[in-house]
Structures are given as structure tokens and as C-alpha cells.
Design a binder for this molecule. Structure first.
Ligand SMILES: [Zn+2]
Length: 171
């Protein structure tokens, strides 16, 4: 536009045309200055955004590395849990062969009727470990003697002495 107006300046006919053209040229120059200022501002903001992006990428790289490690750990845990689960399932199946039908029925009923699926619990702080109702001292004594199968009178879960659980955990 400046070049075009410059060429027009060469053949102006009067002062009014000359002034109009020089004013247009001046306006175009101001426009250029304003645009250049905007370009500089944008360039500064590009640099800042690029720094932010680099920092975010670095962080993401670290997080991804961490995620990969966790995934490997999780896979191991899943594999081990599955193995343990299968082993326990087999143990459960073989033990069921030697347990009275009526006890199995009671056990299965309790297993499926409670959300946590626990059918066998210990006495914790004088209370049933499943429903948390108090267990009378006499009953606690009987449980510790391990002479017969005792169920919680509130929830029906089978109550066992803590030593039974300890022995199983070590087995
Ligand atoms: Zn209970």
C-alpha cells in the first residue's frame, strides 16, 4: 500500500491529494509498527509457552516411567493373587470333601449373605469380628478351647480362636 501510495505521490495534482496520500502512508506505517509490536509480544508468549510445554513433557516422561513400573508391579501382584487364589480354591475343594454337609450349608449361606463374604471370623476386643456384637466371656472360653464349631448368635458367622488364623497364615 505504501509503495502504491508512493507512486501516486509522483503525479498528484494538488496539495489536498498530496496530504491525503501522505496521511494514508503514515497510517500504513503506524499499522506496520502496531503489527510488529504484536509479533514481538506473540514471540515472547511462544517462548514462555514452549518452556511450559517442555516442563510438562518432562513431567509426563517421569510419570510415564513411574506408570510403567507400577504396571509391571501390578501384573506381578495380579499373577501372584491368581496363583494364591487357585491354590486356596483347591484347598477349599479338598477340605469340603471331609466336612459335614450341614456345616457346609451353613458356611455357604453365611459366605453368600454378607457383603464382605467372611464366614469365619475371630473374636476381636470381646466382639464378633464380622458383626461386632459382644461375645459373652463363657462363649469366648469355649471358642478358645476349639472343641466344637461355634457360630455367632447375632450373625451366624463361625467364630474361631485367633491362634487358628495364625496357624493358617503360617501354613
Ligand atoms: Zn457376629
Amino acid at each position: 500500500m505504501i509503495a502504491k501510495y508512493g507512486r501516486q505521490l509522483d503525479d498528484v495534482k494538488n496539495n489536498r491529494e498530496y496530504e491525503a496520500l501522505t496521511k494514508e502512508i503514515e497510517l500504513q506505517r503506524l499499522d506496520i509498527q502496531l503489527s510488529e509490536k504484536r509479533i514481538r509480544e506473540v514471540e515472547v508468549s511462544v517462548v514462555a509457552k514452549d518452556e511450559t510445554l517442555q516442563a510438562a513433557k518432562e513431567k509426563m516422561g517421569e510419570k510415564n516411567k513411574n506408570l510403567d513400573t507400577k504396571k509391571v508391579e501390578l501384573d506381578k501382584i495380579i499373577a501372584k493373587t491368581e496363583k494364591d487364589g487357585n491354590k486356596l480354591q483347591k484347598q477349599s475343594e479338598s477340605q469340603r470333601q471331609v466336612i459335614e454337609e450341614r456345616l457346609l450349608k451353613a458356611y455357604d449361606r453365611v459366605r453368600t449373605s454378607y457383603r464382605n463374604g467372611l464366614a469365619v471370623v475371630t473374636v476381636e476386643r470381646d466382639a464378633c469380628g464380622g458383626c461386632f456384637n459382644k461375645i459373652p466371656p463363657q462363649l469366648q472360653l469355649e471358642i478358645s478351647l476349639q472343641k466344637k464349631i461355634i457360630a455367632c448368635e447375632h450373625c451366624g458367622r463361625i467364630l474361631v480362636d485367633a491362634s487358628v488364623v495364625d496357624a493358617l497364615a503360617q501354613a
